[in-house]
Design a protein around this ligand. Structure first.
Ligand code: SF4
Length: 295
């Protein structure tokens, strides 16, 4: 799609529609997109994903213009956390470091110490000097981290979650196993601890992709947003992939249609703006994460 627009790079998340993934210059998870956003040489970066992904690209690239083709495409989990709640948690746990999952607004990142993604959350927490961590904003990813660290993890907000992954149940996995005997079950760490316990593998979308290539299983049940199936089918030919539930659909990711992406590229709009004060704090938290070695 960007062939006729050499000044534009199109980045797409693994959860967007198949046709948008196919049109992108690069498809990846949040960590890959954050790293890639800093490595693109074009003056325009188009982010096909939800708002925090475009904000992250804008914060990391103050000298480039970042376009978010559908500004209404927001992460429902990120929307629920305001910086005031983070500051209140800091006051309650003054010795704790604040780790913000990238699925947060730039305002929340700006009052955090370091960011993480689902691919590197455990690594980020274990790399901190502090023994206590305030973890934002997904209680399921927080529980995943808490089970893999000796540090004390305080999830904030206490009931924060991704509404898409939260609906998956152990009964869904059992039903999928009955339907596809011998299949391997992979789930995302945004799923509940009970679902993670009932799966064969838990990982970010990039880790799922790696596992799908390596597993001897020829059939894989995928417990994450349904867009990931296209990425898996495209990159791991010869294996069969089935959704753990047909309900694993993020409506905001699906707002990113080919039409809105094309229109944004043609018009070089709408651009993402983050105020300088917020961007500075958010950039510090993101760059601290990016300075760590890759997972
Ligand atoms: S799948 Fe969940 S975490 Fe990802 S953008 Fe949608 S609501 Fe947010």
């Amino acid at each position: 799609m960007t062939r006729n627009h050499p000044d534009v790079t199109l980045l797409a998340h693994n959860y967007v529609r198949p046709e948008v993934q196919d049109a992108a210059d690069f498809v990846g998870d949040s960590l890959e997109l954050a790293r890639l956003a800093t490595g693109t040489g074009t003056p325009f970066i188009v982010v096909a994903g939800v708002d925090f992904m475009a904000e992250t690209a804008a914060v990391l690239n103050p000298d480039r213009t970042v376009l978010h083709p559908e500004p209404c495409a927001s992460c429902a989990m990120a929307l629920r956390l305001r910086p005031e709640a983070v500051l209140a948690a800091r006051a309650e746990h003054p010795d704790a470091a604040v780790v913000a999952y990238v699925n947060t607004s730039a305002e929340v990142k700006a009052v955090s110490d370091i960011c993480c993604t689902s691919a590197n959350a455990v690594q980020v927490v274990n790399a901190l000097e502090e023994d206590e961590v305030i973890f934002l904003p997904d209680r399921n990813l927080a529980a995943h981290v808490a089970a893999r660290t000796t540090k004390t993890v305080f999830p904030v907000p206490a009931l924060g979650c991704c509404p898409v992954h939260q609906i998956l149940t152990p009964a869904d996995l059992a039903a999928a196993r009955r339907a596809y005997p011998g299949a391997e079950v992979m789930v995302h760490p945004e799923c509940t601890p009970a679902v993670q316990d009932a799966a064969d593998f838990t990982g970010s979308t990039s880790q799922m992709l790696r596992r799908a290539r390596e597993t001897p299983a020829g059939t894989v049940i995928v417990g994450t947003e349904i867009g990931m199936l296209h990425r898996l089918e495209r990159d791991v030919p010869g294996k069969r992939f089935f959704p753990a539930s047909p309900l694993l659909v993020c409506p905001d990711m699906k707002m990113m249609t080919l039409e809105v992406v094309e229109r944004a590229i043609e018009r070089r709009s709408p651009a993402v703006t983050v105020t300088a004060g917020v961007a500075g704090g958010a950039r510090a938290a993101l760059e601290r994460m990016l300075a760590l070695p890759g997972p």
